[in-house]
Every structure is written in structure tokens, then in C-alpha cells.
Write a new protein. Structure first.
Length: 382
């Protein structure tokens, strides 16, 4: 049942009010499951009792049909805290969870965290993205990560009836900027490895160039993961940074957990490293006292050795790209390259290294032309 009131009306004849006082109504919306007390919804600002009655009847219908949503008064930060404990912590890998938590606390909360979630508009989020890209100079891939986080947060806000609509459905994700991939050619890769052969970290660069392993996979590699007799490396764990420290965890995907074939040279370099290692650490790449080598320090070491070798500056991760690019230019099948890299699908490999495809097409075009014109065609045995 609805209750109607006309607030602030001092007119003697209530039916012919001239003071402009507005009507309001109150409707019972159920019992609070925690306090066990009756809950009411009050709305005001109606010019006439008829308007208030129409609105009250619509609300009562929503309550009967169980379509009524009581929009939360929570701020975005308050809801994120709830979402983080209930969803993110259980659905994300530990390293991913802490990484995303850092993005939330450093980028999202300072700008949007203290706004009520019901008051955030699509245009507000879109302007926020523009600021991050144009003023803060963040990469579009980083801002897309923020977009994915906000999309998940608002998806659950809608699912849990905290808001009536998911505003992120109206927000456009930033278009990714595809930067030109930087890789070394075979001469540059060889020059770098020659210049770093006396460095304690040399084996890390050998593994990166000759196997395409990720940095975390190299830093997590143990001696027991290497089958010297069969010349294979088993990728079963990776070193990750979590909440200011380091830990080991399984690779992200089923394909990342893989075997990589190595040749005599890599085997000999691994054996040399094992002989030179001053501690009995189970890890292949360690500090001088046998502790795990941090990714940040390895990147710094890599940058220093690049200057020494006088080769073009690239990131450590670009050694992985170098490995893949050189293999594809050699004519290796993309499926084999995909397996070595641990990609989830061969399409990922083809999309990532599409810059190599034009060079690979030249001999193909020549072969096809020769076939049709009957030149230099090797006939199959019948």
C-alpha cells in the first residue's frame, strides 16, 4: 500500500493549493534480511497527487513482478572492495590479481573511486580514458586493461542489482596502437651473444634467443626441468612478482606448459653454466648468492650489455620476437613456431608476426609462376 503526502503546504484549501508544494509517496518494498525491519521507498517532487499515484503504482508493479532494483548508494571504491573479494580474488591468478589491484588503486580509485557508482556516466569514463592517453601518456594497451577491469566491475554491479544499467556497454575501448616490432637480425643476435659470453647472465640470453622463452619462464627454469640426454626443456613454472615479492607458479595456459627442443650449442652452454654456478641452487639463472634473479634487474643488465655489444636497443621480450622472426624467415612452419612459443593458437603467431609474411610470400609467388609456366618444376613420382 502506498502512502501520499503533500510536504510544506500551508494553504487552507488543500484541493486548490497555490503555494506549489510537491507531492510524495512511500511504498513498502519488503523486509531487510539482516535487520528484519520493514523497508520503504520514498519518492517526491510530484506536481499532483495523480502523478504520485501513477509513479507509486509503477513501483508496486515492479515489486510484484520482482523487477524492482534498489540502486546502491555505494561509491565505486566500496563496490570494488566487495567485487575484489567475492570475484576477482577467486577468478584471477594470484599474480594477475595483485597486478590488477595495483592498477585499481593507482589509476581508477584516485579519479573515480569516491563517486557513487550510480552517478558515473559513460561520458565520464570516456573522458577519463582520453585523459589517461593524451595527458598521462599511457599506452592504449594499458588503458584497455583499465577498460576491461571497469567492464567486469560494472557487469557484476548490474548482475547483483546494484545499478539498473551497465554503463560500460556504452563506453568504447581505446583502439590499440600497433607499434612496429623491434627485432635483431642474425648478425646482431650473434654479436650480442658473443659480447656477453663472460657475463653471469649470458645463459639467460642464450635461452631467450635460441628458444623464445619468456623472461619469467627463463628465471623460473630449474635444472631438473632440463632433459640433457633428449635435449629438451620442460616449461612447468614461471617466476612472477606478487605484492612486492617473488614466487613461482604454473604457466598461464595449457599451451604455455610445453617442451622445447634445444641443440648441442644450447646444451653445452647450459652445462657450462652448471659448472660455473657457485651455489647449489636448483635454478639455472640466479644471483651470485643463489637467489632468484629479479626481472627488473635482468632488464637493467640487458640494457647495459646492449651498450657494450653496440647493437640496436630492444626490450628483453624482443629476444622472443627475434627467435620467432628468424625461424619464420628460415621457412619454418608457423605451427612449429607457435608450439615453441607456447601460443594458444597458431592464429596468434600469424597475427603477431604478420610483418614477416610479405618476405615469405616472394618465393611462394615465384614457385607458383614457375608451376604454371612449366619452368623448374619438380615433378612428383607417379
Amino acid at each position: 500500500m502506498a502512502y501520499y503526502r503533500r510536504r510544506g503546504c500551508n494553504c487552507k484549501n488543500k484541493k486548490k493549493c497555490t503555494c506549489g508544494a510537491k507531492w510524495s509517496f512511500s511504498v513498502d518494498i519488503g523486509i531487510d534480511p539482516i535487520t528484519k525491519k520493514r523497508k520503504q521507498k520514498t519518492a517526491s517532487g510530484f506536481s499532483s497527487k495523480k502523478e504520485a499515484q501513477i509513479a507509486a503504482e509503477e513501483l508496486e508493479k515492479q515489486i510484484r513482478d520482482k523487477t524492482y532494483i534498489e540502486v546502491t548508494e555505494q561509491t565505486l571504491k566500496q563496490f570494488i572492495d566487495e567485487w575484489s573479494e567475492s570475484v576477482a580474488k577467486n577468478r584471477m591468478r594470484e599474480s594477475t590479481y595483485y597486478n590488477r589491484l595495483g592498477i585499481i588503486n593507482n589509476k581508477i580509485v584516485p579519479v573515480l573511486g569516491y563517486v557513487k557508482i550510480k552517478d558515473i556516466e559513460p561520458s565520464t569514463v570516456q573522458s577519463y580514458y582520453n585523459k589517461l592517453i593524451n595527458e598521462d601518456k599511457l599506452s592504449t594497451s594499458y588503458v584497455r586493461t583499465i577498460h576491461n577491469l571497469l567492464s567486469s566491475i560494472f557487469k557484476y554491479a548490474k548482475k547483483w542489482d546494484k545499478v539498473k544499467v551497465n554503463i560500460m556497454e556504452k563506453v568504447d575501448a581505446p583502439i590499440p596502437n600497433h607499434k612496429e616490432m623491434k627485432t635483431w637480425n642474425k648478425d646482431e643476435a650473434s654479436k650480442f651473444l658473443d659480447a656477453t659470453k663472460d657475463a653471469p647472465t649470458h645463459i639467460a640470453y642464450v635461452l631467450a634467443v635460441y628458444t623464445g622463452m619468456r623472461m619469467g619462464e627463463i628465471l623460473g627454469l630449474r635444472w631438473k626441468d632440463i632433459d640433457f640426454s633428449n635435449q629438451t626443456i620442460h616449461i612447468v613454472q614461471t617466476l612472477v612478482r606478487i605484492d612486492g615479492g617473488f614466487t613461482f607458479q604454473e604457466p598461464k595456459t595449457r599451451n604455455s606448459k610445453r617442451q622445447i627442443a634445444i641443440d648441442d650449442y644450447v646444451v653445452s652452454e647450459l652445462e657450462k653454466r652448471k659448472e660455473q654456478q657457485e651455489t647449489n641452487s636448483e635454478l639455472v639463472v640466479t644471483t651470485g648468492i643463489g637467489t632468484p634473479y629479479s626481472p627488473r634487474n635482468l632488464q637493467r643488465n640487458f640494457n647495459m650489455l646492449i651498450k657494450k655489444a653496440k647493437v640496436p636497443k630492444i626490450r628483453f621480450h624482443d629476444l622472443r620476437h627475434t627467435h620467432a622472426t628468424l625461424l619464420l624467415k628460415l621457412g619454418e612452419h608457423p605451427k612449429v613456431v607457435s608450439e615453441r612459443l607456447g601460443h594458444s593458437k597458431i592464429s596468434v603467431t600469424l597475427d603477431t608476426y604478420s610483418h614477416v609474411i610479405p618476405d615469405m610470400q616472394k618465393p611462394t609467388a615465384k614457385k607458383f609462376s614457375n608451376l604454371l609456366r612449366g619452368q623448374n618444376v619438380v615433378k612428383e613420382d607417379k
